[in-house]
Design a protein around this ligand. Structure first.
Ligand code: PGA
Length: 269
């Protein structure tokens, strides 16, 4: 617990550290700056009650990052972005780079969320550049992978996961792999209320870990793999208790401080 704390008193995110559970809020395109501040004012004092061994990350839209990071500065809550470009600067209209995020106090970044892949043309080739870039910049990458309903029904889940994990992490040095967080998010479970069963989540996440062990067995034991897809206060404890599940990436149920708190409180080291 304390060995991972630098002088600031904040636990390090991104180190394997015996697979500290991580619970992350993905607000997607929700909350104005004022809404985000209101959430943080309610959430922060209560978040101090979450077990010290649990990493808590909140990922607001870009427009609220500065305010949320300032409010979270002396707390145990870290701030993440929802996307990032792999170049530091340049003619990439509408994009945001790692140095821009770091300057605001951002410490993590969600990469390859299925909504970015589906609606905004995020490719595995781009992710293969973004993940190492985030690591080099000192940001904790939370890489999302997962299959569609059709892929699952066609028995293609493992093929899809293998392709995404292998391609997106191809340029990450084995020594840096423990610093990557992978979020398994079956696309059919996102925002649908149709959570994966415990068996489905454990099987897919165990498979993701096995894919990492193709690179290195020790690293596979250290890398954190989260479940995402309709996690709520009612199902979080069961999902996060699964052997290979190290936490949750939460969308809809992270928008209210109360429900995100109950989810984070269900995480167990
Ligand atoms: P959900 O979203 O919890 O609303 O299903 C999860 C995610 O997309 O990360």
């Amino acid at each position: 617990m304390t060995e991972n704390r630098p002088a600031s008193g904040k636990p390090e995110v991104g180190l394997p550290a015996g697979r500290r559970p991580l619970v992350a809020a993905n607000w997607k395109m929700n909350k104005t700056n004022a809404d985000a501040e209101e959430f943080m004012r309610e959430f922060l004092p209560a978040a101090e009650g979450i077990a010290a061994d649990v990493d808590v990350v909140v990922c607001p839209p870009f427009t609220a990052l500065r305010a949320v990071a300032e409010l979270a500065r002396d707390s145990r809550v870290r701030v993440g972005a929802q996307n990032m470009h792999e170049e530091d600067s340049g003619a990439f209209t509408g994009e945001v780079s790692a140095p821009m995020l770091l300057e605001l106090g951002v410490e993590a970044v969600v990469l390859g969320h299925s909504e970015r892949r589906q609606y905004f043309g995020e490719t595995d080739a781009a992710l293969a550049r973004k993940v190492p870039k985030a690591l080099d910049a000192g940001l904790l990458p939370i890489l999302c992978v997962g299959e569609t309903e059709q892929e699952r029904e066609a028995g293609e889940t493992e093929r899809k996961l293998r392709h995404q994990v292998q391609s997106d992490l191809a340029a990450v040095d084995v020594a840096r792999l423990p610093d990557v967080v992978i979020a398994y998010e079956p696309i059919w479970a996102i925002g649908t209320g149709k959570t994966a069963t415990a068996e489905q989540a454990q099987a897919a996440i165990g498979f993701v870990r096995a894919l990492v062990s193709d690179r290195d067995g020790g690293v596979a034991r250290a890398v954190r793999v989260l479940y995402g897809g309709s996690v709520d206060a009612g199902n979080a404890a069961e999902l996060m208790a699964l052997e290979d599940v190290d936490g949750a990436l939460v969308g809809g149920a992270s928008l209210s401080p109360d429900s995100f708190l109950s989810i984070a409180a269900a995480a167990r080291p």
